[in-house]
Design a binder for this molecule. Structure first.
Ligand code: FEO
Ligand code: CA
Ligand code: CA
Ligand code: CA
Length: 657
């Protein structure tokens, strides 16, 4: 069919109402199946038992906890829609579920954690790679013992790549030349590169460290705890042997330059984009050129042959910033993934991700924006060169990257309402970004702290603790969040932006996008463009909600909208959804009680939609006959397990259309 005969993309499912169930709810005509829940053994012969006591060894060979971002990697073009390597992030842990057989964790709040417990928790974090396949009846299973099955944990040895690698900032007792580190943590959203690698993004990693002594500017700015780390792994030090640094390394308190128990640089090996080859056992590489902060995810700009490759990422914390990285190398289509083949994809990753320029975003009130370079010689807002303003040597790019957030403060980046996922419209190249919520957003007039001649100034080492409203973040105490979008100008550092949709309001005046109970949401988090025939895309929106006017009638959810069916924005910052027809947004699925809905992709043939259910309260049901059915409620209370859910149409057709 020619372009002109093609029907515009339209959503064809019956939107569902909100729900509060210990089950996944999907539209009429769809099924939802549980796949690879936490604890699923990756080797052959193993079996999960609801009453099992988890061990460190067993956890290292099983699916990790709290599934988040994920992607599927085809093994060849013929089988791509029924067999692939699933890569998924295991963001953090539910200690009560992990230790339910012993009545909870030992000394979670204070005192010494047993080494075996800390090691088990370390192994429950990271990334899971597992081969999955669909049988003749349309049921998905994992392939125990597949050579692709692999775990990366908070202890797995990884390489450092890019400007920070080998610098003094990352020389540690473990890696005296600063070439390696151990572990990746709190991997939240994800990225997928066109050369066939998976990006696991380090988000809330500062919390696994503690510094009880003198703090460096970057430690303070990023929020390394000062009394005890989130799980207290550092307290297990000495359980193994006196000089073992397996756990001691999480305490980065400076003890004296060169002292054997000085781990000050350990935390500087975290906060990066981590590149993983899902097809080989190659060591993962932390791509430091893309900046050091709480990376929510990693999203590629629209590719063009010969043009630089662009990666977007948000720093998910209140009043933090949006970033992009632009490669020096132009995209060579010969570097595109050859599914299933074993070759050095990470060398291709080095080409596009180790050399380039990192920028942070300034959103202006008139709908324009500017990408501000984070290079040593960039001119900061006070007129000094950026490296000098940070107190660094004039050519210290590694230092600027280690201090990414402080550098962005000095350049005048716009503090945002917690940037979560982004996604790029495959047709237009426009970038969409969720701003999930912000309890530290104040009325313009009531924020005296960081005001200087009417401008809002962030301080290195501090950032913005609170920030007044600005055009891109216009709601004080933004509890419901919003989604913005922008268009980069290929030939300059300029962009144009507008709000696409605002999350729920509590009253008519506050309901800025005119949503109704049938499509209301709050705290948008996951976001993904699902490209369909002809290049148009479905925009999927996932939520991680704590906003009472929505939680009172529904759990977290998955919604869909086709932005190309709406008129373009008017550049005034008015919400695009309100200008058109709010009913374009349709609720597709609702998750179980207590969960957030996150992680998303489809098979290439669009017949299976994969999502993740993170931190459910009492799901999935564990009785053998129905355990696979995500829509089934347990009869009693179960040990909750985060899991992937596969949503398919009963007639086998493409989902949502
Ligand atoms: Fe891990 Fe910002 O969500
Ligand atoms: Ca999460
Ligand atoms: Ca998230
Ligand atoms: Ca969230």
């Amino acid at each position: 069919a020619s372009v002109s005969d093609r029907k515009p993309l339209a959503l064809a499912f019956e939107a569902i109402s909100g729900a509060h169930k210990d089950a996944v709810v999907v539209p009429e005509g769809y099924t939802a199946q549980v796949l690879v829940p936490w604890g699923t053994p990756l080797k052959s012969g193993g079996q999960w038992h609801p009453a099992q006591a988890m061990t460190a060894e067993q956890q290292a060979a099983s699916v990790g906890m709290h599934h988040d971002g994920m992607a599927g990697f085809a093994l060849d073009s013929q089988s791509a829609s029924h067999r692939f390597v699933l890569a998924l992030n295991n963001e953090y842990i539910d200690q009560d579920a992990l230790w339910s057989t012993q009545g909870g964790p030992t000394n979670a709040e204070e005192g010494k954690r047993p080494a075996e417990e800390s090691r088990t928790e370390i192994n429950a974090h990271g990334v899971t790679l597992v081969e999955v396949q669909k049988d003749g009846e349309g049921r998905w299973t994992h392939v125990p013992g597949s050579s692709y099955n692999r775990r990366l944990t908070s202890a797995t040895v990884m390489d450092l790549g890019g400007p920070v690698a080998g610098s003094d900032y990352v020389k540690t007792r473990f890696s005296p030349n600063g070439a390696q580190t151990r572990g990746t943590n709190n991997n939240c959203g994800n990225g997928v590169t066109p050369w066939g690698t998976y990006i696991a993004c380090e988000e809330n990693w500062p919390n696994i460290f503690v510094n009880t002594g003198e703090r460096f500017i970057d430690d303070a700015r990023i929020g390394i705890p000062t009394e005890r780390s989130r799980y207290g792994w550092e307290t297990s030090a000495g359980d193994v042997s006196e000089d073992d640094d397996e756990f001691a390394r999480f305490d980065i308190t400076p003890r004296g330059e060169g002292a054997t128990d000085d781990y000050r640089n350990e935390a500087r090996t975290f906060g990066y984009q981590v590149e993983v080859d899902p097809y080989t056992n190659q060591r993962a590489v932390k791509r430091t050129a893309l900046g050091r902060f709480r990376h929510e995810g990693c999203w590629m700009g629209k590719l063009e042959a010969g043009e630089p490759v662009v990666f977007y990422s948000g720093h998910d914390a209140r009043n933090e910033y949006v970033y992009k990285f632009v490669s020096d190398a132009g995209w060579d289509p010969a570097d595109a993934n050859r599914p299933g083949e074993q070759y050095d994809r990470l060398a291709i990753g080095a080409k596009y991700m180790d050399k380039g320029t990192l920028y942070t975003a300034r959103f202006n009130a008139d709908g324009s924006g500017e990408w501000l370079p984070l290079t040593p010689t960039a001119t900061s807002r006070d007129g000094r060169q950026l490296a000098a303003a940070l107190g660094l040597a004039e050519d210290d790019l590694a230092g600027v990257i280690v201090h990414t957030c402080d550098a962005a403060d000095l350049m005048g980046a716009t503090p945002m309402d917690r940037p979560e996922w982004a996604t790029v419209d495959p047709a237009s190249g426009e970038v969409y970004l969720t701003l999930t919520n912000n309890s530290q957003r104040t009325e313009k007039a009531s924020s005296p702290t960081y005001t200087n001649d009417g401008e809002d100034i962030a301080q290195p080492g501090i950032g913005f603790k609170t920030a007044p409203t600005n055009a891109a973040n216009p709601r004080p105490d933004n509890s419901a969040g919003h989604i913005i979008r922008w268009r980069d100008d290929k030939h300059s550092n300029a962009f144009g932006w507008e709000v696409f949709v605002f999350g729920a309001g509590v009253n008519d005046a506050d309901n800025l996008s005119g949503l109704t109970e049938q499509n209301q949401f709050a705290s948008p988090d996951g976001l993904w463009f699902d490209e369909r025939e002809g290049g148009e895309g479905i925009l999927w929106i996932q939520t991680d909600n704590g906003y009472e006017s929505v939680t009172q009638y529904t759990n977290d959810q998955l919604l869909a909208v086709v932005p190309s069916a709406l008129k373009a924005g008017n550049g005034s910052g008015d919400p695009v959804v309100k200008q058109n027809n709010q009913h374009h947004i349709k609720r597709f699925a609702v998750g179980p009680n207590g969960c957030e809905v996150t992680g998303i992709f489809t098979t290439p043939d669009k017949t299976a939609l994969f999502i993740n259910i993170q931190h459910p309260g009492n799901w999935p049901a564990d009785d053998a006959s129905l355990a696979q059915d995500a829509t089934h409620e347990a009869s009693g209370s179960v040990r909750p397990r985060a899991a992937t859910v596969v949503i398919q149409k009963k007639d086998g057709g493409p989902v949502a259309v």
